[in-house]
Design a protein around this ligand. Structure first.
Ligand SMILES: Cc1cc2nc3c(=O)[nH]c(=O)nc-3n(C[C@H](O)[C@H](O)[C@H](O)COP(=O)(O)OP(=O)(O)OC[C@H]3O[C@@H](n4cnc5c(N)ncnc54)[C@H](O)[C@@H]3O)c2cc1C
Length: 539
């Protein structure tokens, strides 16, 4: 076993310090666990929530409001969400947001004295969460990506990684681990997603965990062509144009994104936010100041001037697929391993569609809370010697390259990243899917996988990319394998060869495997406990 520069022990290790990871850390510490949290970036500023304003699914606990909140997204999600889980998340989110208010988060208060709690400013929220977990005694390792899980015959037992700045290696032995590494946006440059490369999926897959809803991974968001800010909601007030100034009919409708994607395949598309009056314009600047930064820098007024737009890929970040969870504690089925936030499946509350707008934030804080509680209870039951199990890294068995096995002369990580992006970015491969197209993408991704298994090097010196490149490849293969299994159009999964929803496919699809990715249907068999138990379909 290679010696690490930093060797630590904890009851619970949290990997990822966004909203889900910090809520997990806080809850685990509250119930008496010794907790370490590692983040690839700086916890409090890293990940998808930290730089943006975030809508939250905060709904008053009265029957009518709750009913319409649940109903609002069911059709969009292809009726795959579960009301038991929705209710749980609504309750937990309501309680958590009220905690945040009590801790001093400055929710706006109107003239009637009512505090408005349906959105959070990412920088303030995450700064507060960092302070809370530090106060609760959680030790934070910043700039310290987890690169490999540790395990023995009893289950997962910690992780190892590297400090990106000092280059010191670290090892944390822990009786339970929560994966809260966010989703995978494939380095598309969407704001806040540069750290979201699917690392947690790779770690979980190496431990034998399964995935759910990976076909619902085709989130693309509107952005100015010159900016990483993918705040799509503002385009509700936009008109879309061809280069010659003609209006693109249907681009502003509910199916408008598809119209825009089809147009972008042939020619540039322009937008102007010309339906926003002065009051709305002012509110926009207040809600999302960073949306306007690149406009201001370029001297463009988006309310009066047309600007080029693109649809930037956000993969599973605003998709719904992720690590399959098997019970209310967000356990993965692998002993000692829990998952939360975007790293875990969000199908339970969103079905096959989110696109952002509140459910994700609610899921992150709720699943974070439950996974922290579950992991801590599991760890505390194991007793004091649980974190001293002489566990080994899981990548040796999987054969997936690690930072240690990187070698000069091998394929460069940049080549792998580019090859994966070539399959997942293009609208004609991933937005408008066909069986044939996905088969072809999978064949090419299989070749990429075989190539990376021979070894990788990072000529730019960024050795973290070795694992990121492998994680992105594994994620893309799970996406297309699941996409092939769902032979219909449902939620955000759009099949050109099966353009309608098929009632016979009203089930979730689980997937797994690194060497040989697989996918198969699940059916809900028992809703009596209020929370569904999912079981393999008898097909
Ligand atoms: C532009 C944009 C706008 C959005 N707006 C909304 C909205 O209005 N409402 C809403 O509900 N949702 C919204 N979402 C989605 C929401 O941001 C996410 O659902 C939420 O951030 C998920 O929280 P998380 O903690 O799971 O992941 P993140 O917030 O992404 O945090 C993941 C953390 O894991 C760390 N990490 C990654 N890999 C490793 C590793 N190997 N080791 C250690 N740490 C690692 C990262 O550094 C990061 O800190 C938006 C997303 C985007 C991109």
């Amino acid at each position: 076993m290679t010696q690490s520069n930093i060797n630590l022990q904890a009851d619970v290790l949290i990997i990822g310090g966004g909203p889900s990871g910090t809520w997990a850390a806080l809850r685990a510490a509250e119930i008496g666990a010794k907790v370490i949290l590692v983040d690839k970036g700086y916890c409090g500023t890293s990940g998808a929530t930290a730089p943006s304003g975030t809508g939250v699914w905060y709904v008053n606990p009265n029957e009518d409001e709750r009913e319409s909140a649940m109903k609002s997204r069911e059709a969009l999600g292809g009726y795959l969400a579960d009301r038991g889980w929705m209710n749980r998340v609504l309750d937990r989110t309501y309680a958590n947001i009220n905690h945040i208010a009590n801790w001093g988060y400055p929710f706006p208060v109107d003239e009637a004295g009512v505090s408005h709690r349906k959105s959070l400013q990412g920088p303030d929220y995450m700064k507060l969460m960092r302070r809370k977990i530090q106060k609760a005694g959680v030790r934070i390792l910043d700039h310290s990506p987890a690169l490999e899980l540790l395990a023995d015959e009893h289950g997962v037992a910690g992780a190892t990684g590297l400090n990106n700045q000092t280059k010191e290696t670290w090892r944390v032995d822990a009786a339970a681990v929560v994966i809260a590494t966010g989703g995978c946006a494939f380095l598309s440059k969407a704001l806040g997603t540069n750290v979201l490369t699917g690392d947690g999926y790779l770690l979980a897959a190496e431990a034998g965990a399964e995935f759910s809803g990976m076909e619902f991974s085709t989130a693309y968001s509107l952005a100015p062509a010159f900016s990483p800010v993918t705040k799509s909601a503002f385009y509700t007030w936009a008109t879309f144009y061809y280069e010659d100034g003609r209006v693109i009919e249907g681009a502003g409708s509910q199916r408008g994104r598809s119209v825009i994607a089809r147009t972008l395949l042939k020619e540039p598309v322009f937008a102007r936010i010309d339906k926003a009056d002065e009051v709305v314009q002012k509110a926009m600047r207040q809600a999302q100041p960073n949306f306007f930064l690149s406009f201001d820098r370029l001297g463009i007024d988006p309310f009066t001037t047309k600007f080029p737009i693109t649809l930037r890929f956000e993969g599973t970040v605003r998709g719904t697929g992720g690590i399959h969870i098997v019970d209310e504690t967000c356990a993965t089925g692998v002993p000692g391993l829990y998952a939360a936030g975007d790293a875990a499946t969000r199908e339970l509350i969103c079905g096959g569609f989110t696109g952002g707008g509140s459910h994700n934030a609610a899921w992150a804080m709720s699943s974070g809370y439950w996974s922290g509680e579950g992991a801590a209870s599991f760890a505390l039951k194991q007793g004091t010697l649980a974190s001293q199990r002489n566990a080994r890294g899981l990548s040796e068995a999987s054969g997936v390259p690690t930072v240690q096995t990187a070698r000069s002369g091998a394929t460069d990580t940049q080549e792998i990243v580019q090859a994966v992006q070539n399959e997942v970015f293009p609208y004609d491969r991933n937005w408008f899917r066909t069986g044939k197209g996905m088969q072809q993408s999978l064949q090419r991704l299989d070749q990429v996988w075989n190539e990376l298994k021979q070894g990788l090097q990072a000529t730019d010196g960024n050795v973290i990319r070795v694992r990121e490149a492998a994680a992105m490849t594994a994620t893309a293969r799970l996406m297309f394998t699941s996409g092939l299994e769902r032979k219909e159009t449902r939620g955000m999964h759009r099949r050109e060869d099966f353009p309608a929803i098929d009632q016979n496919q009203h089930y979730r699809i689980i997937s797994g495997g690194l060497e040989q990715p697989w996918a198969k249907p699940l059916v809900e068999v028992d809703k009596q406990a209020g929370v569904s138990h999912l079981k393999e379909a008898a097909v």
